[in-house]
Design a protein around this ligand. Sequence first.
Ligand SMILES: [Zn+2]
Length: 96
Amino acid sequence: MRTGFWAGVQLGMWGLCGLFLAGCEEKQASKGDGYPLGDGYPLKVCVVSGEPLGSMGEPAAIVYEGKTVKFCCSGCEGDFRKDPLTYLAKITNAKP
Ligand SMILES: [Zn+2]
């Protein structure tokens, strides 16, 4: 029953591939202008609006005092800059 075995192995590899690709897509979606996006950023939502990142198109991101901050859209960056400490706390508290 070697055929069955290999079919199982191939199915398993396809499954792994799917997981891998899904992870890649997530990272690609958060790629920005040379910022280290997607590297341990704890939030999947905009710190300002709470909307899922990417729900408004390409997520916006900045580096504020060495910390990456992501927004659902560039409009939220303006709100962040009005009260950065509040929003930074949200990111800090979200870390495990
Ligand atoms: Zn927004």
